[in-house]
Design a protein around this ligand. Sequence first.
Ligand code: NOJ
Length: 536
Amino acid sequence: MLEQVKVNYLWWQTGVIYQIYPRSFKDTTNNGVGDLNGIIEKLDYLSETLGVDCLWLSPFYPSPQVDFGYDVADFTNVDPLFGTLADFDRLVQASHQRGLKLIIDFVPNHSSDQHPWFIESRSSKDNPKRDWYIWKDAKPDGSVPNNWLSVFGGPAWTWEEETGQYYLHSFLKEQPDLNWRNPEVEAAMFDAMRFWLDRGIDGFRIDVAHFIMKDPDFRDNPIENKPMHRPMGEYTSQDHIHDIGHEDIHEAFRKIRRLLNEYSQTSERMCVAEIHEFNLEKWASYYGDNLDELHMPFNFLTLTKPWKAYAIRDVVESLENVLPEGAWPNYVLGNHDENRIVSRYGKAQARVAAMLLLTLRGTPTLYYGDEIGMPSAEFAQSLDPWGQNLEEAGRDGCRTPMQWDAGPNAGFTEESVTPWLPISNDVHVNDQVSEPASMLRLYQRLLAFRKTASALQWGSYQTVGNVPEDCFAYLRETENQRILVLLSFSDEQQNLHLESLGTGHLLLSTHLNKDHNVDLADITLRPHEGLLIELG
Ligand code: NOJ
């Protein structure tokens, strides 16, 4: 019976995604930068010690690394910094042997300015690749074609003296935007996707996916103050209705889905896309009217909220309400662009956050190092180009090397080598594996429960009311199992009276040190404690 129900759910729905930032995972060549063989070396850690289901690799393509790999100079190869195509093939095979799925970052909106396509495009106005990028004449007074801004600061247009036109770059000037309205570009990018699908990957994380369709008339964005969850300077002074997410994006997403569907005939492939859209109806529209667009647009809403029970509950309920029938939710608490969880919420709170992320309805995405509670490092100077343009800190802090052990360079690279970013502090995998109440042990337990608990994998979600205001409680339920999740957001003890739910036994406390008896009529949550309770 249980099996019969389960067959309806796909690996990317029941599984947990783990993001690896290859530069920072494990260096096997002693150049201070992580590599593909380093990831292969750590696959047993990922599949057995930790117990995640799918790896997402940030870019490893040939790149001048101006934006640390998000400036791609060849969409169908591996940068020698990270290894070779043969290493990549071994990684796919070794992951699959362990039952791990592998998805890779795909960066469709822009290439590096060193990509041969752009080198050709900029060479002359009549080059066949001219229209592969977005070139525009200056206004009569010589100024930029419109008011669009680069996410990384300054105008989105750079003047090219040689050919007397501006080109568009939504990010750095070294990252010119591709022109997806040119069918040749679309075909070339689809070929690149096929290249990796043919090598056996299980799908893509699509970088700034909705940026690829812009207003064909290049109208100015309206001026309006639109603060984001992180400081973004002048970029937040506009309503970005024309430079991103033109309605033609839906057709582009349908095409991507059709391509993935072709490959899913043999094994299910998926895409999850980076879309920072906080208008929830609009965000939900990217699943497609007939669920024929993205498998999942990343849900970043939690990142924009304070660590308060009401705020997090509101995120979950709003999402549950807005999701189209059959659309699969997902949650993100960290990635290579964000302040780390421990630094954002606090150490004690991060344990409750782990329970939240791994027990909500939908696919969780974990970010390497969060499972050992790595904090964001602070640096006086920024390597991250965004950090160089902003007054605020850049993104280096959340990208420091993974800390494997207490040895030199935390086991990331050899002692004599200088890692590309300094090791951030003294939390380590090896210590935490044997510490009974470590963060890693908590993640292991949560992941292990999730693997066996139908209610956590695909059960329904229901908020439980009648709890103190600093608590968030919910039920996950299948025909065969009911799990109650109780989370405290307070540094004071909380008392809950939930006798109406019947009886239950404790599966797990985030403190990892509670006995197994729990009386639903009188539950005590210690400060910043989360409990997982199976109802009888
Ligand atoms: C979004 C990525 O997450 C970020 O790291 C990158 O800098 C920009 N896209 C530009 O590609």
